[in-house]
Write a protein that binds this ligand. Sequence first.
Ligand SMILES: Cc1c2[nH]c(c1CCC(=O)O)Cc1[nH]c(c(CCC(=O)O)c1C)Cc1[nH]c(c(CCC(=O)O)c1C)Cc1[nH]c(c(C)c1CCC(=O)O)C2
Length: 356
Amino acid sequence: MSRLENDTFLRALARQPVDYTPVWMMRQAGRYLPEYRETRARAGSFLDLCKNTDLACEVTLQPLARYPLDAAILFSDILTVPDAMGLGLYFAEGEGPRFERPLREEWEIRNLSAPDPNVELRYVMDAVSEIRRALNGSVPLIGFAGSPWTLACYMVEGRSSSDYRQIKTMAYARPDLMHHILSVAADAVVAYLNAQIEAGAQAVMVFDSWGGVLSEAAYREFSLAYLERVVAGLTREREGRRVPSIVFTKGGGLWLESIAAIGSDGVGLDWTMDIGRARALVGDRVALQGNLDPNVLFAPPEVVAREACRVLDAFGPHPGHVFNLGHGISQFTPPESVDALVETVHRHSRRLHAAS
Ligand SMILES: Cc1c2[nH]c(c1CCC(=O)O)Cc1[nH]c(c(CCC(=O)O)c1C)Cc1[nH]c(c(CCC(=O)O)c1C)Cc1[nH]c(c(C)c1CCC(=O)O)C2
């Protein structure tokens, strides 16, 4: 088994006893850090940064140099997968992601195929290997992908959407086409995550950022069924250790028990549901990851500390909590707020775990 100095994150996902609650943040490497903005300016565009192995490794490590975080997450994007399928990803400055060739015509959809992650996404695998080497066993490295449904939202809409009109039209009017896209995306995500595990990722997370825009019935049919297929296809063990998976449906609180039943080790929670109530529903069947509202980080440090303690106390002294934000950290976050957050999570949770 490879040496790991700090395996608190993996222990928490396995619902094993820990001395303190591990913490990392979604989008922990990003624009709120001046050193990220500096590296990004050197790289050119955001996509150039993702495709430059050395610089992707550099920005992955930046938040860990500042804060005693308990995990690193690969610096990349969920949309690298549809880009590798030939849809032509680009980022319009200040407007978010766009595809040059969104899926509109039936023939385009029928021609879709899963990319070979070790060819079309070689740059991601190279980044994973380089980051693992650079981490040198300090903390585990998380790999990730988008959920089939969330990838399909971008592939069909061609950009971020406010009403999901195109994709919902397809889901209701042409479910056969919708299922074809989701099925190819699920195959692509499984191959992509397993290649990341092969390259050195020690845990994987699936981001279902837009599952929460669906009705319950549509969520089960178009998102959850494919999340279950992805989880079932994942490599379970590598280097003599379990490779845990985390599934995060933003807005999925109402469906928590169903999400907790698909076979992942952890479930991500946004900020809308009390994490104590969530734990009461799922027990120790899965670990829970979350669930501080990222906007708390705009308040003074004593408020950040109070709100972090509120989440820790709500979960209680049980094993199986990975502290995180309920969604990605905002680019406008003062970096000092993160100091207060990480320090509070570690200090307060040590007390909780010692007292139990
Ligand atoms: C939906 C989604 C995307 N990307 C991602 C999701 C799922 C999570 C979520 O719901 O937020 C996932 C993602 N994107 C990024 C990471 C890196 C790892 C991390 O630090 O967590 C991860 C895990 C970097 C990024 N991905 C992006 C940035 C900002 C790019 C920049 O301008 O430097 C970063 C650091 C760009 C991106 N990429 C995407 C959008 C909508 C945007 C624009 C967002 C914005 O402008 O705030 C698609």
